[in-house]
Design a binder for this molecule. Structure first.
Ligand SMILES: C[S@@+](CC[C@H](N)C(=O)[O-])C[C@H]1O[C@@H](n2cnc3c(N)ncnc32)[C@H](O)[C@@H]1O
Length: 289
């Protein structure tokens, strides 16, 4: 873990990059080097490096002279358990009837909500992002309309938050969750176990629908896919192939100006817009096959 930083600023981008490269070759080597244009309109570039031990002041002085920089500011960072800090600071998320909480909030669960434990980890999907919240609100809307889905797939499941939400509201029906990222699949499986949903949500590693279990369990009557516009567009024919007639499709990860293109592509594949919701910069679409 880096515990020291050395920072300086320069007016010239090329010189800043060259200094960054020179810092990478310092002895002892820094654990990381960054070169950034400052966001304060000063036009200055900041060059900084992280070190596991106090950097050699004499070596920094040589670099100051060679690159004509201001003196480096060397600081020792306080030891922080970042994972614990982030977890502590993440407040529960409310999305329709769903209540997503971290284990630090387990004592204060509202009784009238569908509560899901989703700790911050190495996968996307604590509910703090507008795309996840949009999908949960879209699911909440289906429930408000009295709709029951009997065969659900969540493509790009991250923490498995959407898959688990579906499993909780339709306890008699199976849910399949997939992610292209093996780490996310591990996190998803751990969350499924923590939420007492083993046997109700299965998690597989797959790109899109490319997995024998997904093919075997199709057609689905609800498809979630909260991934970016590019993959969503590419997946449209596969979604159409794996969706039952009348199936609902909830898509997110779409920046607001991209939504019309996604709607058009899915319409060409026989999947038409039912509802859309905007949270911040992100649009979530509910469509129907
Ligand atoms: C924005 S996160 C969504 C996580 C969660 N479903 C949610 O709503 O919060 C997108 C996830 O999709 C996965 N992903 C991206 N492209 C994919 C693809 N083509 N097939 C399967 N998973 C994909 C990523 O690894 C990531 O975990």
């Amino acid at each position: 873990m880096p515990t020291f930083t050395a920072l300086t600023t320069l007016p010239d981008a090329d010189n800043a990059r060259a200094l960054g490269e020179a810092m990478e070759r310092m002895d002892p080597e820094p654990t990381g080097v960054g070169v950034f244009e400052m966001e304060d309109d000063s036009g200055l570039w900041e060059v900084g490096a992280y070190f596991e031990a106090a950097p050699d002041r004499a070596a920094l002085a040589v670099l100051e002279a060679a690159f004509d920089t201001r003196p480096f500011v060397v600081s020792e960072l306080p030891e922080v358990d970042w994972v614990a800090k982030v977890r502590r600071e993440l407040a529960p998320v409310e999305a329709g009837r769903f209540w997503l909480y971290g284990s630090h909030d387990a004592d204060t669960l509202p009784e009238d909500r569908v509560a899901l434990l989703v700790d911050a980890a190495m996968a996307f999907g604590t509910g703090h992002h507008g795309t996840t919240r949009g999908c949960l609100e879209a699911l909440d809307q289906l429930l408000a309309e009295g709709i029951t889905c009997r065969n659900v797939v969540d493509i790009g499941c991250g923490t498995a938050v959407l898959a688990m939400a579906a499993a909780r509201v339709w306890p008699d029906h199976p849910v399949l969750a997939s992610d292209i990222d093996a780490v996310a699949v591990d996190v998803a499986r751990a969350n499924v176990a923590l939420n007492g949903l083993n046997g109700r949500v299965d998690c597989v590693e797959a790109m899109g629908f490319d997995h024998a279990d997904i093919a075997a369990r199709a057609p689905f009557d609800l498809v979630f896919a909260n991934i970016l516009k590019g993959p969503l567009v590419a997946l449209a024919p596969d979604v159409a192939r794996h969706a039952d007639s009348g199936a609902f499709v909830i898509l997110s990860g779409i920046l607001n100006p991209q939504a019309d293109e996604v709607i058009e592509v899915y319409a060409r594949n026989g999947i038409n817009l039912v509802d859309r919701r905007v949270i911040g910069d992100w649009t979530t679409l509910t469509l129907r096959a």
